[in-house]
Design a protein around this ligand. Structure first.
Ligand SMILES: Cc1ncc(C[n+]2csc(CCOP(=O)(O)OP(=O)(O)O)c2C)c(N)n1
Length: 328
């Protein structure tokens, strides 16, 4: 792999990936201890996709995420503080404590949010791309979706429309090998989801989603092309969900051997080893980053554990029936 990041950027990217990992480990702990309620979908193992995409697009480019949205949201720039508050159902949270883990929205950071309805975000993203085109904006929208979602009709309709209307949308398939307990190789009719772009005359490719520099490099160049040509693109990133589908997953649908093969491709280990071999950072410096990130997250979590503030019913109703129109 070519040298993509310099020392400063390399350490920034590694720190972001570590932050995402330790954040999700803490969230898992808090859900297990019943300090947080509802359910949660972790993306441990998929951090290279989140960091690579968020850094490969521009700050004013939009993302629309999925039920597995923590990593996308963090990488796009949302505050850890507001995210953790949201998970606690606290009114200082990103969605004022009304959304929880699956419904994170942050318009300030050009994140139009996520939904529990699988694949629905792709239609929203395509509509946003239409509006951006009408506004003659030169920004794009990234529509995240999973391998399971790739079989839903709405994605096919969205790709067809994006193609005939020349919309600036990057269809970003985060192929983590499973849709709940269903293995992708038993559920998908083509050897590569990228091939589905051909049906809609959309250029596409499939890449290693555990290589953050590769994801960054491809997303940067694809985004520039979408802006230049005004055509959509389908990028499939191959990765693996180390976490369960949601809390209480017993992993009965896959083997420990398979997991161990993927553990050798852990995106954080791969990138750490690469930075160490380039002489950019040492193993003990990486350990220090992990410790510092854990301490920061621990401190923030303790604030909301000890001081819980919910919206009143009146405030919640006012928020739900929000009168101002959202603008792109
Ligand atoms: C329309 C719809 N159908 C089914 C579900 C139940 N469901 C939640 S997540 C999920 C699997 C999605 O798999 P994938 O798109 O691969 O994303 P991943 O969970 O792997 O990130 C399903 C079927 C849902 N939330 N919405």
């Amino acid at each position: 792999m070519a040298f993509i990041f310099d020392k400063e950027k390399g350490i920034e990217v590694l720190t972001l990936m570590i932050r995402s990992r330790v954040f999700e480990q803490k969230i898992e702990e808090l859900f297990t201890l019943h300090k947080m309620h509802g359910t949660t979908h972790l993306a441990i193992g998929q951090e290279a996709v989140h960091a690579g995409v968020a850094l490969g697009i521009e700050q004013k480019d939009w993302i629309v995420t999925t039920h597995r949205c923590h990593g996308h949201t963090l990488a796009k720039g949302s505050s850890l503080d507001k995210m953790i508050a949201e998970f606690f159902g606290d009114k200082r949270g990103l969605s004022k404590g009304l959304g929880g883990s699956m419904h994170l929205i942050d318009m300030e950071h050009h994140n139009a949010g996520s939904s529990a309805v699988v694949a629905s975000g792709v239609a929203i993203a395509t509509g946003m791309a239409l509006q951006l085109k009408r506004m003659k904006s030169d920004n794009i929208v990234v529509a995240f979706f999973g391998d399971g979602a790739s079989n839903r009709g709405v994605i096919h309709e969205a790709m067809n429309m994006a193609s005939i209307w020349n919309l600036p949308v990057l269809f970003l398939c985060e192929h983590n090998m499973y849709g709940m307990s269903s293995s992708a190789d038993k559920m998908i009719s083509v050897p590569s989801i990228a091939l589905r772009g051909d049906s809609y005359s959309i250029k596409s490719e499939s890449i290693d989603g555990n290589d953050v520099e590769l994801v960054y490099d491809r997303v940067k160049s694809i985004t520039e092309n979408i802006k230049k040509e005004g055509r959509p693109y389908l990028l499939e990133t191959l990765t693996y969900r180390f976490s369960g589908h949601s809390k209480n997953d017993k992993f009965l649908y896959r083997t420990r051997e398979e997991e161990n093969v993927w553990k050798l491709k852990d995106p954080i280990d791969v990138f750490s080893d690469r930075l160490i071999s380039r002489g950019i950072i040492s193993g003990s410096e990486i350990e220090a980053i992990i410790t510092s990130e854990k301490e920061t997250i621990e401190k923030i979590a303790n604030i909301y554990l000890n001081d819980h503030q919910e919206l009143t019913l009146e405030e919640a109703m006012e928020f739900v029936y929000y009168k101002e129109e959202a603008t792109l």
